[in-house]
Design a protein around this ligand. Structure first.
Ligand SMILES: Cc1cc2nc3c(=O)[nH]c(=O)nc-3n(C[C@H](O)[C@H](O)[C@H](O)COP(=O)(O)OP(=O)(O)OC[C@H]3O[C@@H](n4cnc5c(N)ncnc54)[C@H](O)[C@@H]3O)c2cc1C
Length: 398
């Protein structure tokens, strides 16, 4: 009998990899290890419907699914080390587990800002437990401070406003989402938050938190010397790949300055024989040759499919991959297709004060499109992005 395929990390990417392995015909033993106690669940609703109290359950598959598919799901189980020569993974209770192939799907952990006091009422958001703590405190809150206007910070600011809470949103960059979508589109997102009553302060960082006598946050001092009052704060300043358990494994990791993560080729093979990486933790090689991590939902499923095919020697999907992600803020769905980047040339082709559409290009070649409340127009650009068409083609037909 051969050893199992072991997947470490029972989040979206780990679950999808198990599903795709079964779909591609793998009938051998399949073990899915997760350090959380819950069945694999979806994270996008956590900053949206879940925190607003509109949904309670974001489970991806019921318990019976794992029996049906013969996936040996081991929850509350943490992998602590990997021996690639012996093909064994060590678990927190000291047990070891042999593998034929091992898939690293351990995701991310939120970054924290150093030098801040540990206070009640200060939150981060990555997992279900974080979201429960945040939702519970939101019920009694009047004023919230959100530190960082990336996707999670912007979504939380929108959810807090929808819950009737005053929001201060601070961001050191000149606009929200500036490092991902550039300042031009960031300014359109800023306008929407201001119109919704958010006290958005760009070019401003957090100096320190202020506490009451019980050790609970009551506000913050900002880098410009001003003070804001808040009875709840969230730090949304990005995340780090969970790779510390691989420190002695010899697996090649990306430099932290380059975003960290497990280095992998264009189908997820790492530097060690039989070890693969998938999802937010994985820095896959892209068409440009660059290896970078992608922290979006759709990517996890697409990578899982490619990885499963490669691992089993099956035919990979042939359709061109056009990356996609979305973010829901207020009543607006912001969607991105392709690889729009902050350094690209941006042309805003529609803007009605709330909804907008922008094309992104490099050297005149369309790289992506970003729209707010413009689903049909965004999706229309898919074929042109896949064909690396001149942006002028789209501009002419707009
Ligand atoms: C609040 C929030 C909102 C989001 N909204 C959107 C959105 O609107 N649109 C979008 O495109 N994307 C969104 N995303 C991103 C999307 O959810 C992620 O891309 C996706 O969850 C990545 O899945 P993953 O399996 O790689 O990582 P994760 O979902 O983080 O799963 C990794 C799992 O591995 C476990 N683990 C870690 N270390 C170990 C270990 N040593 N042993 C065992 N288990 C371990 C972790 O506890 C976790 O359960 C959002 C993410 C968050 C957090």
């Amino acid at each position: 009998m051969t050893a199992p395929i072991v997947i470490v990390g029972a989040g979206l990417a780990g679950l999808r990899t198990a599903e795709e392995l079964r779909r591609a015909g793998y009938t051998g033993e399949l073990v899915l290890i997760g350090d959380e106690s819950r069945l694999p669940y979806d994270r996008p609703p956590l900053s949206k419907q879940f925190v607003r109290g509109e949904t309670d359950d974001t489970t991806l598959r019921p318990a019976e699914f794992f029996d049906e598919k013969q996936i040996d799901l081991r929850l509350s189980t943490t992998a602590t080390a990997l021996d690639t020569a012996a093909r064994r993974v060590t678990l927190a209770d000291g047990d070891t587990l042999g593998y034929d192939h091992l898939v690293i799907a351990t995701g991310l952990r939120p970054r924290r800002l150093p030098g801040l006091p540990e206070l009640q009422g200060v939150h981060v958001l990555r997992g279900h437990a974080d979201a429960v703590a945040l939702r519970d405190e939101l019920r009694g809150a009047a004023r919230a401070l959100v530190v960082g206007a990336g996707f999670i910070g912007c979504e939380l600011a929108a959810s807090f406003r929808a819950s009737g809470v005053e929001v201060a949103l601070i961001e050191p960059q000149p606009t929200p989402l500036a490092s991902v979508l550039g300042e031009q589109v960031g300014a359109l997102v800023a306008r929407m938050h201001r119109a919704e009553g958010v006290d958005l302060r760009c070019g401003t960082g957090l100096d320190t938190f202020l506490a009451d006598e019980a050790g609970r946050v009551r506000g913050a001092v900002l880098s410009d010397g001003s003070e804001v009052r808040a009875d709840l704060a969230v730090i949304g300043v990005g995340s780090r790949p969970v790779t510390e358990w691989l420190t002695d494994s010899g697996i090649a990791l990306a430099e932290p300055a380059a975003g960290g993560g497990v280095l992998a080729d264009e189908v997820g093979r790492t530097s060690a024989d039989g070890v693969w990486a998938v999802g937010d933790v994985a820095a896959w090689r892209h068409e440009t040759g660059a290896r970078k991590r992608v922290e979006h939902w759709t990517n996890a499923g697409e990578q899982a499919k490619l990885l499963a095919c490669a691992l089993l020697g099956a035919e990979p999907p042939t359709a061109a991959r056009v990356p996609y992600f979305w973010s829901d803020q207020y009543d607006v769905k912001i969607q991105a297709l392709g690889t729009p980047g902050a350094a690209d040339e941006v042309t805003v082709v529609a803007d009605d004060g709330r909804k907008f559409l922008a094309y992104y290009a490099k050297d005149g070649v369309l790289t992506g499109v970003v729209g707010a409340g413009m689903t049909a127009q965004v999706m229309k650009a898919r074929a042109k992005i896949a064909a690396a068409a001149p942006v002028a083609d789209l501009l002419a037909s707009t």
